[in-house]
Ligand binder design. Structure first.
Ligand code: F6P
Length: 361
């Protein structure tokens, strides 16, 4: 997010000579500001004066200022820093058409011509609504560790989250090896298994369980445990199992998947007459660890390329609303609501096969 922010600000100022206003806390910052001004000319003028009075760092320091005139210095040194300098927030209010109308009016009063929205599914749906309801040029930019936006091969943040997961697996392997244990690690990803499968392929984890592979039933969990036991019988000493948070269970359970699987595996290994009754299984839910940390070079480069494409579209005489997407390693603009790339599902399946063959013992 920060690498993108830096790129979009610097390209606006350096290449296109267009001023860039940063919005703190996403839609929620816009909604708050629209509510404060409420179309009142005097209040809008006050807001304009405040934006002018506190540009760059001065604006960023003022916690109650939501719109900030960005300058070179305000995005200096943020390239590899996780999170976002401008902050982010979920904004349920933005689902209301009258609230969005207030925001559209505010942006009009400020003379804003284009809005660049960076985020996942929710943020891009909001951007799609704005595109339909206003004359603003709206460009969406996919950023989510889930990689569940099927119109792009990669979203911003995925590569960094995969790197963090590989780092985590490396650390769990030490105990797994020395204590001859099975470690069950739960990754994020919502309904998508992409984050887990990429991390499995890149880390060498022995097993990966994704939502696309179907629900976890008692029989399926026993069969997965039997696979691990089989490998142990053939001489393998430990196993790292990645399970994506979005995997369904049958019957449905609210417990984290790492705990559900751990209990099922442990029951299987301790069954009457099993060869490894002492084999221990340990769960870990990796959680928000996956959303932070130093941004990878691949993510920083993709951020710069997405920012360049966003500006190219905004400045084009035939400019259209749309979302930046990585397709066949080229950055393109695709329309809001575009269909999924069929290749995405094929690629995920291919990754699963590749992982299965690499991990097979
Ligand atoms: O969509 C990104 C994501 O990190 C998901 O993988 C995860 O389920 C969710 O967000 C966590 O959201 P929150 O930070 O609101 O708990």
């Amino acid at each position: 997010m920060n690498a993108f922010l830096r790129a979009v600000v610097r390209l606006g100022l350096n290449r296109h000579g267009v001023p860039v206003v940063g919005v703190r806390s996403g839609y929620s910052g816009l909604v708050r500001t629209a509510k404060l001004t409420g179309g009142d000319v005097e209040k809008v003028n006050q807001l304009k004066a405040e934006i002018e009075l506190n540009p760059g760092m001065a604006g960023l320091i003022k916690q109650d200022q939501y719109l900030i005139q960005m300058d070179h210095r305000s995005v200096s040194g943020i390239m590899g820093k996780g999170g976002t300098l401008l902050g982010s927030a979920r904004c349920l209010d933005f689902h209301k058409p009258e609230v969005r109308q207030g925001v559209i009016q505010l942006l009009g009063e400020l003379g804003v011509r284009a809005l660049v929205v960076v985020g996942g599914d929710g943020s891009l749906s909001g951007a799609d609504r704005l595109a339909k309801e206003s004359d603003l040029r709206i460009i969406g930019v996919p950023a989510t560790i889930d990689n569940d936006l099927q119109f792009t091969e990669m979203a911003l943040g995925v590569d960094t989250a995969v790197q963090t997961l590989v780092w985590a697996v490396d650390r769990f392997i030490d105990t797994a090896r020395s204590h001859r244990r099975v470690m069950v690690l739960e990754t994020m990803g919502r309904e998508s298994g992409d984050l887990a499968r990429m991390a499995a392929l890149a880390s060498g984890a022995e097993m990966v369980i994704t939502p696309e592979g179907g629900p976890l039933t008692e029989e399926r969990m026993a069969s997965l445990a039997a696979q691990i036991e089989g490998a142990m019988t053939r001489g393998r000493g430990h196993a790292i199992v990645l399970v994506a948070e979005g995997v369904k269970t049958e019957p449905p359970q609210t417990r984290n998947r790492a705990y559900v699987l751990t209990d099922a595996f442990q029951r299987y290994f301790q069954r009457e007459g099993g060869p490894f009754p002492d084999l221990e299984v340990r769960p870990s839910v990796l959680g928000h660890l996956q959303r932070g940390g130093h941004t990878t070079p691949a993510d920083c480069m993709l951020a710069a390329r997405f920012a360049e494409k966003a500006w190219e579209e905004i400045m084009s005489p035939t400019s259209q609303n749309g979302i930046t997407a990585l397709r066949n390693n080229r950055v393109e603009i695709v329309p809001f609501g575009v269909e999924a790339m069929p290749e995405r599902a094929v690629q995920s399946l291919a990754m699963d096969h590749l992982h299965a063959d690499l991990a097979n013992w």
